[in-house]
Design a protein around this ligand. Structure first.
Ligand SMILES: [Zn+2]
Length: 430
């Protein structure tokens, strides 16, 4: 069945940045068949959008869904202090709580225009299973695209790491479970947590496993100055140099944050093809600094956006993150440092590129029909440029959200989700 969406301003985010002021989009079997301007084509169903803006759905490239259970803790802490306070609390995680957290976090992102979510899950308390399965169930019920990961920590406190020994796992068990989950969920990402919670041995073995199975790799990197000091002390080099030693400066890798990169680091990312998940609100919340996004983009590094977990960004809102990316880039580099369209691109096409996906991120023939409909007049009134109005005026709520041709915003029943989440979160209280 063909459905045509008419009467909209379509920002396609294709290579040329094509926008159609009197636009339409033709969808069939979950895919974009054609996009154009003027007289719309014949279709089985017609959806009049009354002048709404249509953009590709946002792509979230870094999150920890479980963290919504522990928001607003360690309010003045830097990263390491914040982690030390929260690790023992997170050790209480089980599948039931993970399901409630995922439902909440995914729904929250959907109401900000997000259609694809990558989740970096690295907390696996001993004896607890079914965590990734719980996330996937929540995503399936909501109709949003979730790309899961098998994260890991094997460098406990007694070996000089940051997490408590009770929360680290044996490398062999981690790798076996990663392989089990990869068979179940094609496209699973192999995602050891960070250089201060994972041994070099596991980082190397994770990369070997991912490459054997054709999977993407992800980790946290260069988030704070303290991490840089830690890396020098423990490994005798900077975080990016360390990544290179581990065989991680490759095109199948993307890293979260990357706030503290020098020019050589940026060049190394560009040469290796490493992508970056830019998480501006989380970086500001923890006082970590501001990533050098302008320089990364100028060096042709793949950059997408991430809300990061709800314990370091209490608002999981991609529409807000698009605006935040624009604002922090300008705080660093002046008013021309990032345009509204570049910011929107980070949240859509850029995110897809970071995840290694060519089927989402732009509205072009043959790509998945994943898009957000922005029909709220409050955003656009008085603004001639709807794309700029959306970015400068964010955060905004979409009036429609479509994933592979299916309308999914209707699956978000806020009251039920919040009630279940509140009950689950009570078990994590002080
Ligand atoms: Zn993170």
């Amino acid at each position: 069945m063909k459905t045509v969406y008419t009467g909209s301003y379509v920002a396609t985010m294709d290579d040329a940045g094509t926008e159609y002021a009197d636009g339409w989009l033709l969808e069939e079997d979950g895919l974009v068949l054609r996009v154009g301007d003027g007289e719309p084509p014949e279709a089985d169903a017609r959806n009049e959008l009354n002048g709404a803006l249509v953009t590709p759905g946002f792509v979230n490239t870094h999150h920890h869904l479980y963290q919504s259970l522990t928001r607003a803790r360690a309010q003045e802490a830097d990263l390491f202090t914040w982690l030390r306070e929260l690790y023992p609390v997170w050790a209480r995680l089980d599948a039931e709580a993970e399901y409630a957290a995922a439902k909440y976090g995914l729904a929250e992102l959907m109401t900000s225009g997000c259609t694809t979510v990558f989740d970096h899950h690295y907390v696996f308390p001993r004896g607890v299973d079914g965590l990734i399965e719980a996330q996937m169930q929540a995503a399936q019920e909501l109709g949003v695209r979730l790309i899961p990961s098998r994260g890991s920590m094997d460098l406990g406190e007694s070996d000089g790491g940051l997490p408590p020994d009770s929360l680290v796992e044996e490398p062999d068990a981690i790798l076996a479970d990663t392989e089990r989950l990869a068979a179940k969920y094609p496209g699973l990402v192999v995602a050891p947590c960070s250089p201060f919670s994972v041994t070099g041995g596991l980082m190397r073995e994770s990369a070997e496993l991912a490459r054997r199975l054709g999977l993407q790799l992800h980790t946290h990197l260069a988030e704070t100055v303290e991490e840089e000091e830690y890396c020098r002390e423990l490994y005798g080099c900077r975080p990016v140099e360390y990544l290179g030693e581990l065989g991680w400066l490759e095109g199948d890798v993307w890293c979260a944050h990357c706030v503290h990169l020098n020019d050589a680091d940026v060049a190394a990312f560009a040469a290796g093809g490493v992508g970056v998940a830019h998480c501006p609100t989380s970086n500001l919340r923890l006082g970590a600094g501001i990533a050098r996004v302008r320089e990364l983009l100028d060096a042709q590094v793949r950059v997408g956006l991430g809300v990061d977990g709800s314990a370091s960004n209490e608002r999981g809102d991609l529409s807000l993150e698009v605006k935040q990316a624009l604002l922090v880039a300008r705080a660093r580099g002046g008013p021309a440092a990032l345009t509204a369209r570049e910011a929107l691109r980070l949240g859509t096409r850029g995110g897809a590129e970071v995840l290694g996906r060519t089927d989402i991120g732009s509205l072009e023939p043959g790509k998945s029909a994943d898009f957000a409909i922005w029909g709220d007049d409050w955003i656009f009134s008085g603004a001639e440029d709807p794309v700029a109005a959306l970015v400068f005026g964010g955060p905004s709520r979409p009036t429609g959200l479509v994933v592979a041709g299916r309308h999914v915003l209707e699956n978000v029943s806020a009251d039920d989700i919040v009630r279940a989440h509140r009950t689950a979160a009570a078990r994590f209280a002080h």
